[in-house]
Design a protein around this ligand. Structure first.
Ligand SMILES: [Zn+2]
Length: 386
């Protein structure tokens, strides 16, 4: 496989701290997209440590930590979390402990974008689909993201000041779209309390007002900020507003992909022609005419039945077990195991490209280094060209 060694120069960015960089990468892979069982995010480091050079690797290993140190990196951005299962000890000579010790000694922070990058639009699965020149239909399992919908009743003519305060508090972002809102006109009424100082009406009397029902999406992490913004910007003494828990399904976000394959092309011939996939494993029927493919980079073997149910004739993944191979056979589905490392590698290259572009847009003359990492498994005979 052709591996990028080093591209571009990551110049000094002395005002960039780890927490700033984390906020930036979370725009590519929002943290709430991560699965509950995952441990994406900070693995080792100090939120306030400066970041001037980033190395990327699928895994934090003794080898990638040493490379990152030699390249002058102060951050190692990985796909797989270094700390995943509960740590029982920080043994310097085994398991994640050895890597944590090495990273700490090198002053290297380790940060993971795992299932949140897996599920991001155009993330790990999207990069593999592009690598294979597939036409993507939709995610295999669309991501349901938990948001709050703020409903607030605002007197007509005052909507803009409330919206502006909400947008400044992080509300109204929907995918790439910002400052999104909805409003419908109506009428509201209230009894003004005796000692009240109402915006409309007089103390002790009933009042009516033409109001807009304003609706804005708020990320779960910013609900308190949005509530404060409403209280500050709303003209009423006692504004009426509520947050409703909602699920949204942003386009393109989710696990794996369903894609189309040109039936005139022989799937196995095409895969076998690529040195990175040479010697791939497969189970189930030898594919004939294939039109619909499912793919899920990394450990995706447990999604074979879903792939079949959604009409896939072949399912390309990166890690499948013996029993999952038997299941595929029973399902009449061609299950192809292309290798965990090999299926996730294009996603890492894409992450480096997108991060470099984001850093450049944020005013940093920067690029990222993809570290040279060997796949954990090798195939016999040796892959040679790899
Ligand atoms: Zn993986």
């Amino acid at each position: 496989m052709k591996r990028p060694q080093f591209w571009g120069e990551f110049r000094r960015a002395d005002s960039m701290k780890l927490k700033d960089l984390a906020a930036l990468v979370h725009r590519l892979a929002p943290p709430d997209l991560a699965s509950d069982w995952d441990n994406s995010g900070l693995q080792v480091g100090d939120w306030d440590q400066p970041v001037t050079r980033v190395g990327l690797a699928l895994d934090a290993t003794l080898a990638t930590v040493a490379q990152a140190q030699a390249a002058g990196c102060d951050l190692l951005l990985t796909h797989h979390p270094l700390i995943f299962r509960p740590l029982k000890s920080l043994d310097r000579h085994s398991g994640p402990g050895a890597v944590i010790w090495a990273a700490q000694a090198a002053g290297l922070a380790v940060f993971a974008l795992h299932t949140n990058w897996d599920q991001a639009a155009g993330g790990v699965a999207g990069a593999l689909a592009d690598h294979l020149e597939l036409t993507v239909d939709r995610p295999l399992v669309p991501a349901a993201r938990e948001f709050y919908k703020l409903v607030v009743f605002v007197p007509v003519g005052h909507e803009d000041q409330v919206k502006a305060a909400l947008f400044a508090a992080g509300a109204g972002v929907l995918g790439d779209y910002e400052r999104t809102w909805f409003a419908a006109p109506g009428e509201g009424g209230f009894q003004v309390p005796a000692g009240g100082q109402p915006f409309i009406g007089r103390p002790g009397e009933e009042a009516r007002a033409r109001e807009s029902r304003l609706e804005v999406l708020v990320p779960a992490a910013r609900v308190e900020e949005a509530a404060l913004a409403v209280r500050q910007a709303h003209p009423y003494e006692e504004p009426a507003f509520e947050f409703q828990a909602v699920k949204i399904f942003p386009p393109g976000q989710g696990l794996g992909l369903l894609a189309r394959w040109d039936p005139a092309r022989d799937l196995f011939e095409e895969l076998g022609r690529r040195p990175e996939f040479a010697g791939f494993k497969w189970a189930g029927p030898r594919p004939g005419r294939v039109e619909r493919l499912a793919l899920l980079p990394g450990s995706g073997g447990s999604y074979a039945a879903l792939a079949r149910r959604l009409g896939a004739e072949a399912f390309l993944t990166g890690d499948a077990s013996y029993h999952q191979a038997l299941e595929a056979e029973a399902l009449g589905l061609t299950l192809v195991d292309l290798g965990h490392f090999e299926t996730e590698w294009p996603g890492l290259k894409r992450l480096a490209e997108r991060l470099a572009a984001l850093l450049a847009r944020a005013g940093f003359e920067a690029a990222c280094q993809v570290l040279d990492q060997d796949p954990a498994w090798r195939r016999a005979p040796d892959k040679g060209a790899l």
